[in-house]
Design a binder for this molecule. Structure first.
Ligand code: SF4
Length: 496
């Protein structure tokens, strides 16, 4: 099921973990609810309880397709079924593995020789096909088509005696993007790949510890953000419930951190009220808008006109404010208006893979405020253009309101390459930037605007936090993949 109407890259998953709280499942529910934007296909919570009668640990699992609120509508699931003081959760949008395969909904769990084991994964493994083939050749039977399952098998097959060492052994073999929450009978474990493509944060409230993709998950339960899990780090939360838990930090292996944070988290994926990679998304997004205003101000044909700048709700709200602030600071004569209204009640039952229908569907999501746009020079600020279908439709909608001119500004560079690290982009040939051979003027003509400008890669990099060793992945803009991609197309193949 595809709940999206607008043409944007899809974010792939949120993870959440709770250690040391008698109502762990309820906290996980809120943590997942706050991160619903990161995945809407399915969701799951797994808890760990010590069964005093049988004197063994039990995992309780509930997962399904759909939105968090729908899946846990019967609150007894959270209060009676999902018992235990440790929990892990996941919101899914599939990157690897068929979306309609129920077995792929995470967290994935197994019982192996050392007890229960579960995993929630945000990211995409670049060598999972070769690992999967090797394991299958050795007799391993896979239950899912998800890349995440190889992690469980590698842990279960490890020759290490200690469970944490088994996890380290397994994670040292996988490549690509992984921000993980793992759960054993006695520990909650957070781990992040050496590049740290996807975010992973640690939170705390009293003696309860949390792990989440985004810090908005901590805000909703009044937990405080402590720090990020570092690239290449494993953090183990283990306690007996009688004394406070002290997290233990380990490295996956001897390889040093090699940061390549996903810059698209700042552009579009993360919520502006989150801290991502240790920094406020709101601040970065404003800076994106400011730098775009500096590099690409709008000049109306008639200097007497005062352009109005409109956001594309909700994803470009913050960047649009930055754009307007900077334009005014530079002496420009613009004002911000709410010219596009987004319906928040659009059903997620609309499944429209067909391009014609998708274009029409945009109208059900957005409408214009005619009085705001009529006879005005209008500047639309958006965060990205993918296929161009939504942008084209938005421009048509705005045109129907009778503006004098329509200009378009994008707070990201043109998207030309696929993501192999956990985001779902259309095929390269579907991307409008590729269809127009990277010619921005031609893309502008396709959209039907007086002018179109993108943020440059240099200005993008100038907008994100630097100085603490941060480095970023920009592969979807320039095709420079920071780590090898075993199984998929490379830039050269895309260009061939
Ligand atoms: S290719 Fe783009 S979306 Fe994927 S990790 Fe790199 S910056 Fe993020």
């Amino acid at each position: 099921m595809n709940p999206r109407v607008v043409d944007k890259p899809r974010c792939h998953c949120a993870v959440f973990g709770v250690h040391g709280h008698p109502a762990a499942a309820q906290l996980a529910y809120y943590g997942l609810l706050a991160q619903q934007h990161r995945g809407q296909e399915g969701s799951g919570i797994v808890t760990c309880e010590f069964d005093t009668q049988e004197e063994r640990h039990r995992f309780h699992v509930h997962k399904d397709f759909g939105l968090v609120d729908d899946i846990y509508r019967d609150s007894r699931l959270l209060t009676e079924t999902l018992r235990g003081s440790m929990a892990m959760g996941h919101n899914r949008y599939s990157t690897a593995g068929a979306a309609n395969n129920r077995a792929n909904v995470q967290p994935l769990t197994v019982i192996y020789k050392d007890g229960n084991l579960g995993v929630s994964h945000n990211g995409n493994l670049t060598n999972f096909r070769s690992i999967r083939k090797r394991l299958q050749d050795q007799g391993t039977i896979f239950q899912t088509t998800s890349d995440t399952e190889v992690i469980l098998h590698l842990i279960a097959r490890s020759r290490e005696k200690d469970q944490i060492e088994q996890v380290r052994d397994a994670l040292a073999q996988i490549r690509g993007a992984f921000s993980l929450v793992l759960m054993t009978d006695t520990a909650l474990i957070a781990a992040r790949d050496h590049s740290g493509f996807r975010p992973l944060a640690i939170g705390r409230k009293g003696d309860t510890w949390f792990v989440a993709s985004e810090t908005v998950a901590f805000d909703i339960i009044d937990a405080e953000y402590v720090r990020d899990v570092e690239p290449g780090e494993i953090v183990v939360f283990r306690g007996d419930g009688r004394s406070p838990t002290t997290p233990v930090s380990l490295r996956i292996d001897g390889r040093p951190a090699d940061p390549h944070f996903c810059i698209f988290e700042y552009i579009y994926f993360s919520r502006p009220d989150s801290r991502i990679f240790g920094h406020s998304v709101d601040k970065v997004r404003r800076k994106l808008g400011k730098n775009l205003a500096r590099s690409s101000p709008v000049t109306p044909r008639d200097p007497a006109d005062r352009p109005i700048v409109i956001n594309v709700p909700d994803s470009s709200n913050t960047a649009t404010m930055g754009f307007v602030q900077q334009t005014l600071k530079d002496g420009g004569n613009v004002r911000m208006e709410i010219g596009l209204i987004r319906s928040h009640y659009i059903g997620r039952t609309f499944i429209q893979p067909n391009q014609d229908v998708r274009e029409n569907r945009v109208k059900t999501k957005f409408n214009t405020v005619r009085g705001v746009l009529q006879d005005k020079v209008v500047v639309i600020v958006d965060d990205s253009i993918v296929r161009g279908t939504t942008s084209k439709q938005l421009v048509q909608l705005v045109r129907q309101a009778g503006p004098k001119e329509v200009h378009f500004r994008v707070t990201a560079p043109p998207i030309q390459y696929p993501c192999h690290y956990g985001m779902d982009f259309p095929t390269p040939k579907e991307l409008i930037a590729n269809q127009c051979g990277g010619d921005v003027q031609k893309i502008g003509q396709e959209l039907g605007v007086e002018s179109l400008e993108y943020l440059s890669i240099a200005d993008l990099l100038a907008s994100v936090p630097q100085g603490n060793g941060e480095r970023y992945c920009t592969a979807c803009f320039n095709g420079e993949y920071p780590i090898a991609v075993d199984d998929k197309q490379t830039k050269e193949e895309n260009e061939a």
